[in-house]
Design a binder for this molecule. Structure first.
Ligand SMILES: *Cc1c(COP(=O)(O)O)cnc(C)c1O
Length: 483
């Protein structure tokens, strides 16, 4: 029996094959990188047909070279180029080179975060990185955290922990064992009307439903209206409802607006509410010596969501949730005989499965370690300060241009604006740009269709804006001719 092909092993031949495959893969990537455009512009129907034509599972494999060339032609050619400076619709960034290299190591070793014996150094690195993050965000001794698959999972993890703690404290319920008490449906979560939809999704998954999410109005700067927040809490309490959690958005997905964490803390303290900071977007600004004060004091929050695959420019996925009272994360603790034996934990073998919703889990913390070591705080300061400066510069260009309507002045790196010509023109302009390989965002504000630039790419220069603005105007003229 010969050895199985294409499986990592210590044999010399396999190492050579692996190296050659990596070189071929890189060559394929460089051939398809393109000329700077964000997208080939292919329409969805043609792309769907081409993908189908590749087939699914041939009886006999075609081998790596043929598979790679098939993928190069159909898939790589039509992938989105996140590094393009004409890509700015979402909180979706180009990846730092050292972190792409880390991905190769993460996949090659394929260690897992559930137990110490599945990732000895991985476990110790994640714990050390979490420790560093806890102090970066000003959390005290006794705080704790874990890496997650993304901001949505970080948010739901925090909300579940808040719920279990609340039910234990207020209804003396052991939810892990007994499930939810009869009063469960009276629980309410508070967040702004423009917060991320993962809060609604979380409350649905947790059996509370969308209606348990109380949407607080925002002021003219898209920040939570504190008076309305307190009024809603009081009204709900008077009705016999139970406010258990509030979520401050530290960087709303569309506007980058930042809720007042200090004011929310005072209200939450008055009513015994867990305050979660959804800093999936804004957390990156902690690295900017110029702008970090805009975030407010995040250490006032009971838990914090950090996304590394947004402002921090790490490859997807990479996120963490921090918990000021680390004990609240014990809601995910469960002992399995085969995995995380208590006797091992007494001897210093940490099993991180006990802090997470996931079991098998990627060693994403390596990417943070590599990026932080490579660039230092100064390196991140420069990149993140630059993208926030860019947003402010673009906002002022739009604000002084009669063809556009501007929106709130950005605190982070997103600018929402519109052409003065109405919803349909704005909609069609965005679509026309996509077909030409320039990808920008679209959203709605006060019932109006708006365009959006989410500026995460530090390679974008101030000089790049005037040509993009004139491209938008050219599209507008063409769209108006066609209408
Ligand atoms: C992106 C985002 C999320 C969701 O994070 P994922 O990593 O996409 O799951 C949550 N909250 C805010 C404010 C976000 O911008």
């Amino acid at each position: 029996m010969s050895e199985m092909p294409f499986i990592l092993s210590n044999r010399d031949e396999d190492r050579k094959i692996f190296e050659a495959m990596i070189n071929k893969t890189m060559a394929s990537f460089f051939r398809t990188m393109g000329d700077g455009k964000a997208f080939s512009g292919i329409d969805p129907y043609s792309l769907r047909r081409k993908v189908k034509e590749m087939g699914f599972l041939p009886e006999k494999g075609i081998g790596f070279d043929a598979a790679l060339s098939k993928v190069e032609e159909t898939v790589l050619a039509n992938l989105l180029r996140t590094w393009s400076t004409s890509y700015m619709p979402h909180l979706h960034s180009p990846a730092l080179l050292e972190t792409i290299c880390s991905e190769l190591l993460i996949a090659s070793f394929n260690d897992s975060m559930d137990s110490w014996d599945q990732g000895p150094a991985a476990t110790e690195v994640e714990e050390a990185v979490i420790g560093g993050l806890l102090s970066l965000f000003g959390y005290p001794e006794g705080s704790d955290g874990t890496f997650t698959s993304g901001g949505s999972q970080s948010n739901i993890s925090a909300i579940i922990a808040a719920r279990d703690y609340y039910l234990d404290r207020v209804f003396s319920t052991d939810t892990k064992k007994k499930g939810m008490p009869p009063e469960y449906s009276t629980l309410r979560l508070y967040t702004s009307e423009i917060s991320h939809f993962s809060m609604d999704k979380a409350c649905h998954i947790m059996g509370l439903g969308y209606d348990s999410v109380r949407k607080i109005p925002v002021d003219d700067k898209c920040r939570i209206d504190l008076k309305a927040f307190e009024r809603m809490v009081e009204e709900d309490r008077a009705k016999g409802l139970h406010p258990f959690c509030a979520v401050a958005t530290i960087g709303t997905t569309d506007f980058g607006s930042i809720d007042p964490i200090g004011g929310m803390r005072e209200i939450c303290d008055r009513y015994g509410i867990h305050l979660h900071a959804d800093a999936a977007y804004g957390s990156g600004a902690i690295m900017s010596s110029t702008y970090k004060s805009r975030l407010g004091d995040l250490s006032l929050a009971d838990s914090i969501t950090i996304d590394f695959h947004k402002m921090f420019l790490l490859p997807i996925s990479c996120s963490a949730v921090l918990m000021k009272n680390g004990k609240k994360l014990e809601c995910f603790q469960l002992h399995a005989d085969y995995l995380n034996r208590e006797e091992d934990e007494e001897d210093g073998y940490i099993n991180l499965v006990g802090k997470s919703m996931q079991t098998t889990r990627r060693f994403d913390a390596l990417k943070v370690l590599m990026a932080f070591q490579t660039r230092g705080r100064e390196g991140f300061d420069e990149m993140i300060t630059k993208v926030i400066d860019n947003a402010s510069h673009f906002f002022h260009l739009i604000n002084n241009d009669e063809d556009f309507i501007s929106s709130v002045e950005p605190e982070l790196s997103s600018v929402v604006f519109a052409l003065k010509d109405g919803d349909e023109v704005n909609r069609r302009v965005r679509r026309m740009l996509l077909e030409k390989g320039t990808v920008i965002g679209q959203t709605v504000k006060d019932g109006k269709v708006m365009l959006k630039f989410t500026l995460l790419n530090p390679n974008l220069e101030k000089e790049d804006f005037p040509p993009i603005i004139s491209e938008i105007k050219k599209c507008r003229d063409k769209v108006k001719e066609e209408m």
